[in-house]
Ligand binder design. Structure first.
Ligand code: HEC
Length: 314
């Protein structure tokens, strides 16, 4: 039984060591798994321990009964051997038994209160000696040799490690570094879904759920106050328009989050939601369409676009 327990503990320790060997990036997810495994191992170990104690107790009782029977058959008195536990307890306490207390009774007597002259309990003295050893090791380790870090050093080391980890993370994730110049409209469904969630959480109270506009302008039409290309939309979100009531989102959203929500907003163009707010700002013609118009090269279309633009300026 004890061997089994030892094996389980060994396995748990090995698995912890194994997890520690992995890179910090995986740590967060493996930590959760580790807690589950450790909890499981702990419960199994407790169960095994409990069952072993019960079985050992039962065995002891059975053996004692057997020995007692044999002794009475032989007609000799049965003397039970003391268990190691009771021997240990006797050593640890070393108190004079209650029946022999007279031998350690001091001869003074204050109003019926009398004093026993027992030894100090050995377990208590052991702890005292241990604390002296501990104090010496502590003093040497933390203050004389200094190879063990004090709280402040530990804190500084952790902050340093966290900073280094943050640097490494940023270096490996160029998307986190998008800015108004490098931003592109993302089209993958997962990022757009994230953008939608960010929109619903932060923006819809002013721009409304479908982007039809409320306190803030309609985001589904072709007219923009601050430009309708991805870079301009990103900049508007990043810097905000504080004087008109839209805050700068830079402190609250990461560059990637701003990219996601800006890309999501661009997908709303032309969705014609009900109760849409009237267009504000200038007509925005995406570059692809402008290029296409150039290649068509018909004065008529260009005039139509111009007149639309004029109309929006009025
Ligand atoms: C407190 C209300 C409010 C919230 C919240 C808000 N906005 Fe705005 N937003 C406005 C207002 C008002 C304007 C118009 C600014 C102006 O008149 O120049 C605006 C303008 C914009 C524009 C420019 C529109 C254009 O025509 O050029 C974009 C893009 C935009 N918001 C996106 C967002 C996004 C994305 C969020 C959420 C992260 C958000 N807004 C949250 C009020 C808000």
């Amino acid at each position: 039984m004890n061997k089994k327990l030892g094996l389980i503990i060994l396995m748990a320790v090995l698995s912890i060591a194994n997890v520690n060997a992995q890179s910090t990036a995986d740590m967060v997810s493996t930590n959760t798994a580790l807690y589950i495994v450790a909890g499981f191992v702990f419960i199994v170990a407790l169960l095994v321990l409990g069952v072993s104690v019960v079985v050992l107790r039962l065995l002891r009782v059975m053996v004692r009964q057997e020995l007692e029977k044999k002794a009475t058959e032989k007609g000799v008195e049965f003397v039970e051997e003391e268990s190691w536990w009771s021997k240990f307890m006797q050593k640890a306490n070393d108190a004079v038994p209650v029946e022999e207390e007279e031998t350690v009774l001091l001869d003074h007597n204050y109003d019926g209160i009398r004093e026993l002259d027992n030894h100090l309990p050995p377990w208590w003295k052991w702890m005292f000696y241990l604390s002296i050893v501990f104090a010496v090791v502590y003093m040497l380790g933390y203050h004389v040799i200094g190879n063990m870090p004090l709280q402040l050093e530990e804190y500084k080391a952790e902050v340093y490690a966290a900073n280094e980890a943050a640097k490494a993370r940023l270096a490996n994730a160029p998307v986190e570094n998008v800015d108004a110049n490098s931003v592109v409209a993302i089209t993958d469904a997962a990022s757009l879904q994230k953008g939608k969630q960010i929109y619903l959480n932060n923006c819809s109270q002013c721009h409304k759920d479908l982007g039809e506009g409320g306190i803030g302008p309609n985001l589904t039409d072709d007219y923009w106050l601050h430009g309708g290309d991805i870079s301009s939309v990103f900049t508007t979100i990043q810097k905000g328009v504080p004087e008109k009531g839209m805050i700068s989102w830079e402190p609250l959203l990461s560059p990637t989050q701003m990219q996601n929500v800006a890309s999501y907003i661009l997908t709303l163009r032309g969705t014609n939601p009900p109760n849409a707010k009237e267009p504000q700002g200038e007509l925005f013609v995406p570059e692809v369409i402008e290029d296409a118009l150039d290649s068509v090269d018909t004065e008529e279309v260009k005039e139509a676009v111009d007149s639309l633009q004029m109309a929006s300026n009025n």
